[in-house]
Design a protein around this ligand. Structure first.
Ligand code: BT5
Length: 251
């Protein structure tokens, strides 16, 4: 069925053929939008990653969308929403037959290459979140990537998973809404954490964390209740890493 059985995610969808960045547009007009409104575009001319990086978003080849959220939470609780997004993307894609994994905190990988990235942008005051723009990019049909990313990027089609973008989007909305409502209304993180652990690309592995210029080899042990990564250093010290602090390399 093509019905969308969600309460508010995707109730209103604003569709573009081309736009600079769905996140930038959503941020501009967020105050006038209802929670759950989705901005989606066939193409982005200035698609963004984190820290000013570029996100390649060619016409008709992927899903480039932003979900506007207005949760009544303190800013401290916002980063967990990136994990909810990751869990819902992986659940949605895997239910449609793919075998994707989450590279904590914001990458989705398939056969060791990146097929999806999440960019969560927060507008907040000291005590309250105004809105969150949750940007999701998924490579669906791309067969050839630009040279800069051809070694690290892949798409669902390229890995022989031929699924429709509408089915993917609908599934993500449904998975996301369930996990998001659990978290916002009941402070329940259980399902999200279970998915993040079960489909983790890094738990049990040795990875490099990059923070500024410093690079450290650590073993990933778990994702804890706060959504932080628990790692063990070479000197056997156990520590927690918060999302946003570091980049992860070498898996
Ligand atoms: C991300 O950043 O992975 C977040 C990407 C979020 C994109 C969505 S699309 C809708 C919404 N509107 C926007 O403007 N953005 C959001 P980060 O972890 O910083 O990764 C960026 C890096 O991934 C780049 O530096 C490249 O190395 C690589 N990359 C760029 N485009 C890619 C693509 N299409 N597929 C795979 N990797 C890519």
């Amino acid at each position: 069925s093509h019905e969308l059985n969600t309460k508010f995610i995707g109730n209103k969808i604003i569709h573009f053929n081309t736009i600079a960045s769905t996140n930038d547009y959503a941020k501009e007009i967020a105050s006038s939008l209802e929670e759950g409104t989705v901005i989606i575009s066939e193409e982005q001319t200035k698609g963004k990653g984190r820290l000013g990086r570029q996100w390649h978003s060619k016409i008709n080849e992927g899903i480039w969308m932003s979900i506007v959220l207005k949760p009544d939470i303190i800013p401290y609780k916002a980063p967990f929403i990136t994990l909810i997004a990751g869990a819902s993307i992986v659940s949605a894609l895997n239910k449609l037959g793919a075998n994707t994994l989450i590279k904590w905190p914001n990458d989705i990988i398939l056969n060791n290459k990146k097929i999806s990235g999440i960019l969560t942008e927060l507008s907040a005051e000291i005590e309250r979140v105004n809105h969150i723009v949750l940007g999701i990019g998924i490579n669906v049909k791309t067969m050839e990537f630009s040279q800069e990313i051809s070694d690290i990027a892949t798409s669902l089609y390229k890995e022989d998973f031929k699924m429709s973008r509408v089915d993917i989007v609908r599934n993500i909305f449904m998975e996301f809404e369930e996990l998001y409502m659990d978290y916002i209304n009941n402070n329940c993180k259980e399902k999200t954490l279970n998915i993040c652990r079960k489909y983790s690309a890094i738990i049990g592995k040795d990875i490099y964390t990059l923070k500024g210029d410093s690079k450290e080899l650590v073993r990933c042990l778990d994702i804890n209740e706060d959504g932080n990564l628990v790692v063990q250093t070479k000197d056997k010290i156990i520590k927690e890493i918060m999302s946003g602090e570091v980049s992860i390399r070498g898996i």
